[in-house]
Design a protein around this ligand. Structure first.
Ligand SMILES: [Zn+2]
Length: 234
């Protein structure tokens, strides 16, 4: 029995032969993965966001959208329904947030490499989805930055040293406990400017753990595509 996972290949093939509806509003207008109107949800100027309560050590997170409406639909469709063509518009939105995050960092010389570091996904979620959606978005974001002359690369420098529970349904304090000490950094290039990236920031627990693991290795900023509304979780 062949156990090769064909889901990502099938999703790509279907997107090539069928006119895909807009991932957010479901209209078929041939404009791409998102129609022009829904794409506007990802076009707001980047802003700094702080979860409430803000986890210790987490700097302001640069985001371009609220996690609602078309932005939320696009992120979910890419992650849960295999709409891989959305990686491109989502990557451009993430690139704008990352660029805003970089503006707040010391420049460090013209040739200082910039690494976009996705938060690591668990082996369980990679197995369930067949691939790593956040890494795909991060690669698109790095490409978008390079097209604008910013020398960025996608660099999966963080990995989980132990499996964690699914964060969904956990209160903020439980999320912090679930993730504390769960990540480690590997092969970080000396002197790099590091932008930790995620698709959605909720309690900030994941990003705070990433900052703890990566912070000793270089200058760190944080960016995401979207932030959930301020709310108190536990
Ligand atoms: Zn639409």
């Amino acid at each position: 029995m062949i156990s090769l996972d064909l889901r990502p290949l099938l999703a790509d093939a279907l997107e090539l032969v069928l006119p895909a509806p807009c991932a957010a509003c479901r209209r078929v207008d041939g404009e791409g993965a998102l129609c022009r109107r829904c794409a506007q949800a990802l076009a707001d100027p980047p802003r700094q966001h702080r979860p409430v309560p803000c986890p210790p050590g987490l700097p302001g997170v640069w985001v371009t959208a609220g996690y609602e409406g078309a932005a939320r639909e696009a992120i979910v469709a890419h992650k849960e329904r295999g709409r891989r063509a959305l990686a491109s518009p989502l990557g451009r939105a993430l690139a704008r947030a990352a660029e805003a995050a970089l503006l707040g960092m010391p420049p460090g010389g013209a040739v200082t490499p910039i690494a976009l570091v996705p938060v690591p996904s668990s082996r369980r979620s990679r197995r369930e989805r067949g691939d790593d959606p956040l890494l795909r978005i991060t690669r698109c974001a790095a490409r978008s930055l390079r097209e604008r002359g910013v020398p960025a690369t996608a660099a999966p420098l963080l990995c989980l040293v132990r499996e964690t529970r699914d964060q969904a349904g956990l209160a903020a304090s439980e999320r912090h406990a679930n993730l504390r000490g769960a990540m480690t950094a590997r092969r970080v290039p000396a002197g790099a400017r590091l932008v930790i990236v995620d698709d959605v920031v909720t309690t900030g627990a994941t990003l705070a753990e990433a900052v703890r693991a990566l912070g000793p290795h270089g200058r760190v900023a944080v960016a995401a595509i979207a932030a959930t509304r301020l709310r108190r979780l536990g």
